[in-house]
Design a protein around this ligand. Structure first.
Ligand SMILES: NC(=O)c1ccc[n+]([C@@H]2O[C@H](COP(=O)([O-])OP(=O)(O)OC[C@H]3O[C@@H](n4cnc5c(N)ncnc54)[C@H](OP(=O)(O)O)[C@@H]3O)[C@@H](O)[C@H]2O)c1
Length: 327
């Protein structure tokens, strides 16, 4: 698999990463550990060297899984994890106080069974802690060799600029896909100007863009999508037009909608490295297939024209979580 560089300090990652969240958190029951380890190792054997986790995914449980799985090839991969919630619990408030960042770093090193974190993201901007203090703490951790690069998630342009001025930010991780294109307005131009990489999360629109979800789909009781307005039954029905578009293009390119959704992201900018998540090896392999699909300028224009006629309905977060993004 080809690689891409995130940021101007040379962090090299496979062009597709693996989002590991759903293996233990967010979309229903955790995957059996042995199967999850197998999946992560299968990803590595297929060329993926970029693995995404966070303290807040099962309060260290997801990091432990990733750490265990990558143990045999730890020095060949980039592990990205995140800090920023009280007690590592995303249902509680934000907490990026310097002492808490340090504590999370130590915990993450232990859970990941490693002595350095390749990429440490602030999961959400904490309005109570100046970003200068966060960046300063990160700088100290870098000097101590505990982390190598840092990033932000769902931050606004102003925070990105301030953070980057203190210590170069390697990557921003925020939602981006044909399902959610807001970052095109201000965020992506700023990242391009500053030389910061972009790691789109939910690049398959939390599964919606793959065509495997429709208005009849019932989610597990613990599935986050139950509280996402965009995933209400009626909005799923309306938003199906976007899946139909992907299906049309997929047919022409002899691909699947998931592959077109990922190939489209890869075609947007050379500094983009999406991190689709799955719990199934056959889907992992399908997603990796996206790296062999080339969308021509003509294809991209066609997608653009078709997409411009579709209005996506429903917010991507319920109100209380929406308030945490774009700061
Ligand atoms: N920074 C943040 O705030 C933040 C927020 C959300 C996510 N993330 C990160 O981004 C990663 C990816 O995002 P995500 O998991 O939310 O969404 P995603 O990658 O857009 O979609 C994942 C969903 O799509 C399904 N799926 C994957 N490949 C498929 C295929 N080929 N065909 C049919 N269905 C497929 C998966 O189900 P199966 O498991 O059943 O295949 C899963 O339910 C996460 O793992 C996490 O690391 C970060």
């Amino acid at each position: 698999m080809k690689t891409r560089i995130l940021g101007n300090q040379g962090l090299e990652v496979s062009e597709l990463g693996l989002g590991c969240m759903g293996l233990t958190f967010g979309y229903g029951p955790a995957t059996d550990e042995k199967e999850a380890v197998n999946l992560i190792r299968n990803a590595y054997d297929s060329g993926i060297t970029f693995f995404d986790t966070a303290e807040a995914y099962s309060q260290g449980g997801n990091e432990s899984l990733v750490g265990k799985a990558v143990q045999p090839f730890r020095d060949k991969v980039v592990i990205a994890t995140k800090f920023g919630f009280q007690d590592g619990d995303a249902t509680k408030g934000l907490d990026s106080r310097p002492e808490r960042i340090r504590q999370v770093a130590e915990n993450s090193l232990r859970f990941l069974q490693t002595d350095y974190i390749d990429l440490f993201y602030q999961h959400r901007v904490d309005p109570n802690v100046p970003i200068e203090d966060v960046a300063g703490t990160i700088q100290d951790l870098i000097k101590e060799g505990k982390i190598r690069h840092w990033g932000l998630s769902e931050a606004g342009v102003e925070t990105i600029r301030k953070a980057h001025a203190i210590h170069p930010v390697a990557a921003l991780q925020s939602e981006y896909s044909l399902f959610y294109r807001e970052p095109e307005k201000e965020i992506i131009p700023a990242l391009e100007e500053l030389g910061i990489g972009f790691v789109p999360f939910s690049p398959l629109g939390k599964g919606f863009l793959t065509g495997s979800i429709n208005d009849q789909t019932k989610f597990d009781k613990d599935d986050f999508r139950n509280i996402v307005p965009r995933f209400s039954e009626e909005n799923r029905k309306a938003n199906q037009a976007l899946v139909d578009l992907l299906q049309d293009i997929a047919q022409i390119k002899e691909a699947t909608p998931a592959q077109i959704a990922l190939a489209w992201l890869l075609a947007q900018k050379p500094f983009i490295a999406p991190i689709p998540g799955t719990t199934k090896i056959h889907r992992l392999q399908e997603n990796i297939g996206a790296t062999n699909i080339e969308l021509t300028q003509e294809d991209l224009l066609q997608i653009e024209e078709m997409a411009s006629k579709i209005t996506i309905l429903g917010a991507r977060y319920p109100q209380h979580l929406q308030e945490r993004v774009g700061k």
